[in-house]
Design a protein around this ligand. Structure first.
Ligand code: HXC
Ligand code: NAP
Length: 280
């Protein structure tokens, strides 16, 4: 789909880059010529993922183990990575989430998810952003959001609140820092199978089947689709896109919003026929 040097010369940090969608984006960016910087909490996973990627592509992959809630440690990571030269792209992908009835959540549960998703994004963005602004370095930030950042959603309230905050930051800094050469965009994926998300959010097979059934395209998104969209958004070819959130969900969100969209699954052939104009 792309020229193989699309991202040549770009240094890209992906938070949560050793698993799931982060790992798939990393692999794709490497194939397209970027040097990759990955972080997450689990050092063994980071090392395994980096070794696998280096073997497959021969590219540069560096790792740093960090909890993105820990601002001083994030600052140390950015300082360490910066020794190779300025990063060009930050992908805020690390997240925490689970399904729960909101009235049963402890304060610690809110803090865990909001701390990872919103504060983690703030920590990484500020550490990179201050350096970019000081050095006059052109850069781009891609935030991995969710479709419910805009609409809200029951049963994932801390995540919805945190992702909404990240989306507000995406749009706000696109305007504030755009004039100084820093673009901000987001992707809102619908369901894309990963161990991390599906083990927590689609724990039963019936939930998966229901999610597919409710999707206008009748399937989940793929890692390849997400990685290619991300590659475009962090590349210079998307240079005039700033402050945008691209929804990649097969139309799922619109399906839920349309007043009559469920009729296709509800009405029988006889009921459709009965609504047609009677022959005169
Ligand atoms: C209620 C829960 C809970 C649950 C944890 N807690 N799991 N409360 N229901 N299922 C509470 C704990 O009791 C604790 O509260 C607090 O949250 C912190 O829990 P810890 O286990 O100590 O936290 P930590 O080890 O930091 O783990 C963070 C985590 C965990 C968010 C809880 O799930 C995690 O590490 N997730 C990372 C990966 C992930 O979630 N990936 C999915 C992203 S998918 P107390 O009161 O005891 O402190 C996504 C969008 C998907 O974001 C959209 C699909 C369409
Ligand atoms: P995932 O594999 O669980 O990815 C989450 C990553 O974040 C992991 O690598 C995890 O690594 C890292 N992480 C979590 N807490 C962290 C912390 N405190 N500090 C540093 N890193 C941390 O799930 P995924 O599905 O690929 O999710 C990736 C992104 O896509 C998330 O932003 C998610 O909200 C978004 N998303 C996913 C879907 C989907 O259907 N898959 C849909 C919509 C949006 P460690 O545990 O080792 O730290």
């Amino acid at each position: 789909m792309f020229k193989t040097d699309l991202l040549a010369g770009k240094r890209i940090l992906i938070t949560g880059g050793a698993t799931g969608l982060g790992k798939s984006m990393a692999q794709r960016f490497l194939e397209l010529g970027a040097a990759l910087y990955l972080c997450g909490r689990r050092e063994n996973l980071l090392e395994e993922a980096a070794a696998e990627m280096r073997k497959a592509t021969g590219g540069t992959v560096k790792t740093f183990s960090v909890d993105v809630r820990d601002a001083p440690r994030v600052e140390t990571m950015i300082e360490t990575f910066w020794q190779d030269g300025p990063l060009d792209v930050l992908v805020n992908n690390a997240a925490g989430n689970f399904i729960a009835r909101t009235e049963e959540l402890s304060l610690g549960a809110f803090e865990a998810v909001i701390g990872i998703v919103m504060m983690g994004t703030i920590h990484a963005t500020m550490s990179c952003g201050r350096r970019w602004l000081k050095q006059g370095h052109q850069a781009t930030v891609l935030n991995i959001s969710t479709t419910y950042a805009d609409t809200g959603s029951g049963y994932v309230v801390p995540s919805a609140m945190a992702k909404a905050g990240v989306l507000a930051m995406t749009r706000s800094l696109a305007v504030e820092w755009g004039p100084r050469g820093i673009r901000f965009n987001a992707i809102a994926p619908g369901p894309v199978p990963t161990e991390g998300a599906f083990s927590r959010l689609m724990p039963a097979k019936e939930m998966e089947e229901m999610a597919k059934k409710l999707n206008p395209l009748g399937r989940f998104g793929t890692h390849e689709e997400l990685a290619n969209l991300a590659a475009f958004l962090v590349s210079d070819y998307s240079g005039y896109i700033n402050g945008e959130c691209v929804v990649m969900d097969g139309g799922e969100q619109l399906q839920g919003a349309g007043e009559f969209s469920h009729l296709g699954r509800m009405l029988t052939e006889e009921q459709w026929q009965a609504m047609r104009p009677k022959k005169k």
